[in-house]
Design a protein around this ligand. Structure first.
Ligand SMILES: [Zn+2]
Length: 256
């Protein structure tokens, strides 16, 4: 059980119980239940139709709710084009990379955020799944895709931090997901490198994860802040093999 000294334990437990009950009953009938997302706290998420996604080569599998939310950087350039049109192009470029270069069925991650702060659906059926309190099988954290949801953030954060617009959108997105899934931000928000050996999400952004968890907790109405110390930032991690390579995303027994 995560420590939640000042976190709203009763509300958290109620949500956790609801999630656990849903997970125990997971199946075709259960996954079609209506579970409205709280519109007040949800960020605007642009759909695949809006950014002009290609059809995937396979329909994503809907799986149980995630227990961890994985923060990534895309290892793309730190663009100063903060427009919506650039964000849509980013999603198309990422999908092309994942399908044409990596050979995956579709975009790997469930959600993408541009440096301008635009939030976009990644893998097909991601919004459908989130709306049901569920998840889709993605390709973003090797050997852990069956229980995690990945958020790809445009840019490279090895030595600089994301712009404010991206940070604020990431906080809002994580708060929405924690609320939807009944997750404690301090226990559930992790970086890609917490699972595999990778530079992702960059030393600078990784060092800010304690603040990110605190900001998400604040957005959820919790008074719990500064609970965790700054994490140890490893400096011997492998860098990207090429532009857009953010580290191992698919395990030997996973089908991207
Ligand atoms: Zn990553």
């Amino acid at each position: 059980m995560p420590d939640m000294s000042s976190f709203d334990r009763r509300a958290f437990m109620a949500r956790a119980a609801a999630v656990a009950g849903g997970a125990a009953l997971i199946g075709a009938a259960d996954l079609t239940r209506s579970r409205p997302v709280r519109a007040a706290s949800a960020p605007h998420v642009y759909t695949r139709a809006e950014w002009g996604a290609r059809p995937p080569t396979a329909t994503a599998e809907i799986i149980a709710a995630p227990d961890h939310l994985v923060v990534h950087h895309m290892a793309f350039p730190n663009s100063t084009d903060y427009s919506l049109s650039h964000a849509f192009q980013l999603s198309r470029d990422c999908q092309d990379l994942h399908m044409d270069t990596n050979g995956w069925s579709d975009t790997g991650q469930q959600l993408t955020i541009s440096r301008g702060g635009y939030v976009m659906e990644g893998r097909n059926r991601s919004l459908e799944a989130i709306g049901k309190g569920a998840n889709v099988m993605g390709a973003q954290t090797a050997n852990n895709n069956g229980h995690t949801l990945g958020i790809e953030n445009e840019g490279t954060y090895t030595s600089v931090l994301p712009p404010t617009a991206l940070w604020n959108a990431l906080v809002k997105t994580l708060a929405w997901l924690c609320d939807d899934y009944g997750l404690d931000p301090h226990a559930s928000i992790v970086g890609h490198r917490d699972y595999v050996s990778t530079q992702c999400p960059g030393d600078a952004l990784y060092a800010k994860l304690p603040q990110l968890r605190n900001d998400v907790a604040t957005a959820l109405g919790s008074s719990l802040t500064a609970e965790r110390a700054t994490p140890y930032v490893r400096t011997d991690l492998p860098g990207p093999g090429r532009s857009g390579d953010h580290g191992p995303a698919v395990g030997a027994h996973e089908h991207p």
